[in-house]
Design a protein around this ligand. Structure first.
Ligand SMILES: NC(=O)c1ccc[n+]([C@@H]2O[C@H](COP(=O)([O-])OP(=O)(O)OC[C@H]3O[C@@H](n4cnc5c(N)ncnc54)[C@H](O)[C@@H]3O)[C@@H](O)[C@H]2O)c1
Length: 318
């Protein structure tokens, strides 16, 4: 993919920064955009992109997609990877919703509006398994009813619907990827595996919400990045929606044990009531992503956890 230029929004985030590295390694030119929001410490995001600063084919633009002029950001870009968002389920209730509304719905609409009249080859939108809520069945195929269980999920589904409206009306070549719980090096500090690894390393209690029986389909970040690259180039219908899931459905209690083993120290638990918005189970069917873009997850949960633990040990203070 030499001299293809990508716009990556949310470039300083967990997944966005990993995607930028992969694109640069593959020979793309990358314009990364990020607002360095304070959902988690912006210093962590600065560290995520610190290694990219010296790359000649990488340009970082600090801009907020809810207010910045978007056309200049898109200028010269062939492919757009739209990952900028306010993530996380629990903060999306009450007054927190305003940021989800602005950063997930409004920012997506502004980006699509700018892409509408431009000759972009593809816009890849980062959607989420949270659009399914508590699914009717697992593994959930893309055709099952999307009924989010949290305001966050509602905003991601709204983003998807906007993508489809711009695809159907104007032919904007958008594809939405529904990621299932992503983990790996640089994982956001509010996410379970990150917190588990840190609690195991420090011997501090891990706040476990609910009874630990909740099941998640975990997806290693490199697999999510590979799905984005595949979605950029595969022959897909505008408006297509695809699951991106690791296939390793695991109960939280088993994950706790696995992380303890990987760190070599048991995780102390602090049992807490279940949180509103947390679903009981996720699991994605990935046959469609396999058939339409030749993608399948490659990294097992055990290997992926070991790689994340190694990253914590090398990059975070002990
Ligand atoms: N991590 C997961 O398990 C997961 C699962 C499903 C979907 N997703 C989606 O994947 C994407 C990336 O998630 P992540 O875990 O890397 O999160 P992250 O918070 O690490 O990255 C998101 C980045 O977007 C930036 N951002 C937010 N609002 C912005 C705005 N208005 N303008 C410019 N930049 C803005 C933030 O500063 C941040 O660096 C998000 O769209 C998220 O909803 C993540």
């Amino acid at each position: 993919m030499g001299d293809v230029r990508a716009l990556v929004t949310g470039a300083a985030g967990f997944i966005g920064s990993t995607l930028c590295e992969r694109l640069l390694a593959d020979g793309w030119s990358v314009r990364g955009v990020d607002a360095f929001t304070d959902y988690y410490p912006p210093e962590a995001k600065r560290r995520n992109v610190a290694g990219l600063a010296g790359e000649a084919r990488f340009e970082l633009v600090e801009a907020d997609l809810t207010v910045a002029a978007v056309e200049p950001l898109l200028a010269g870009c062939d492919v757009v990877f739209h990952l900028a968002a306010q993530p996380g389920v629990r903060a999306s209730w009450r007054q927190g919703f305003a940021e989800y509304d602005e950063r997930n719905i409004r920012a997506t609409q502004r980006l699509l509006e700018a892409a509408r009249d431009r000759p972009v080859q593809r816009v890849v939108f980062a959607s989420s398994s949270s659009v399914y809520g508590n699914p009717q069945r697992v593994p959930t195929p893309e055709t099952d009813v999307a009924r989010p269980f949290s305001p966050y999920g509602v905003t991601k589904l709204a983003g998807e619907h906007l993508c489809r409206a711009y695809a159907d009306n104007f032919g904007v070549p958008v594809v939405a990827l529904r990621y299932f719980t992503v983990y790996g090096p640089r994982q956001r500090p509010d996410m379970a595996i990150h917190r588990l690894v840190e609690c195991a390393r420090r011997g501090t209690p891990f706040a476990l919400f609910g009874d630990g029986s909740q099941i998640r389909d975990f997806t290693f970040v490199d697999d999510v990045v590979a799905a984005n690259v595949a979605a950029a180039t595969a022959a897909l219908q505008p408006g297509e929606v695809l699951n991106v899931a690791g296939g390793s459905s695991t109960a939280l209690v088993d994950l706790v044990a696995m992380v303890g083993e990987a760190v070599g120290r048991e995780v102390p638990l602090d049992w807490q009531p279940a949180q509103p918005g947390d679903v009981q189970r996720t699991g994605g069917a990935v046959e469609l992503a396999g058939r339409l873009m030749g993608w399948a997850p490659r990294v097992s949960l055990r290997d992926g956890v070991a790689r994340q633990v190694a990253w914590h040990q090398a990059h975070l203070p002990s």
